[in-house]
Design a protein around this ligand. Sequence first.
Ligand code: B12
Length: 228
Amino acid sequence: MSKELIEKIVESVLQGRRNKDDEGIEEGLAGEPGVAELVEEALEAGIDTNDILLNGLSRGMELVGQKYETGEYFIPDMLTAAEAVEAGMAVMEPHLVREGTSGAKGKVVMATVEKDLHDIGKNLVSIMLKGAGFTVIDLGIDVPAARIVEAAEEEGAGLVGLSALLNTTMSNMSDVVKELEEKGLRSQIKVIIGGAPTSEDFAREIGADSYGKDAFAAIREAEKLLNN
Ligand code: B12
């Protein structure tokens, strides 16, 4: 039953249907439950939140990516599916935050780097970090290095989390490390990076402290870096 419901969430992300009134990518499905209703149903059924996030919403988006790569989906379809994932995350967020320990594990500033508009992965990491007990200040997408460093300093954050999904924007991560160094903040503010084109090696190359493959790794690494 739980597997079936998770499959329905995946299917609904692929259809790009935020809720029951939504037509999504293909017409003719309005009236059926969409991502928001299905996530609500899964939460009510007591399905683990991580299961819903990773095997439902995130998995659905991965399949959307594959369909884009094979030419079956186009950019507007990706956007429609992304909106459906967001609708699901909005239903999830209060539940995840309630599960956590109210921000006591430390402060993290999260951002998608300059010129990059992808935020699904970053949002997922942000809400899972909140759920795990961190305070998260999410600066959004397309954020210049200077603004990230300014926010981290002002907020007294111990960790900056950077996301990039494009080969052309991942180099902007190194600007953040450089800016922290220039401002003499590097020893007190740690940096973790993530996003599909990045890697452990790339993190080392640009002088970041850590790399997280997914949201679980992000939590594990954040706990290590902030000494939890
Ligand atoms: C959805 C999507 C879009 C949406 C984004 C909507 C949104 N609100 O995010 C839209 C339509 C806007 C878009 C636009 C573009 N996109 Co796009 N997009 C995707 C797609 C299909 C899915 C990305 C996604 O959400 N994945 C699901 C999430 C959950 O996974 P994730 O982001 O990897 O995050 C996980 C981990 O990486 C990690 N993580 C992520 N961030 C962080 C941060 C930290 C600190 C840590 C620890 C971990 C971590 O944890 C997350 C959870 O497990 C990918 C294809 C793919 N296979 O990835 C292409 C893709 C990323 N896009 C691509 C391209 C080329 C573009 C465009 C240039 C297309 C165009 N010609 O206009 C534009 C660029 C816009 C811009 N300036 O950014 C390419 C990038 C190629 C490359 N390597 O450079 C991809 C790979 C598609 C492809 N195969 O061509 N895109």
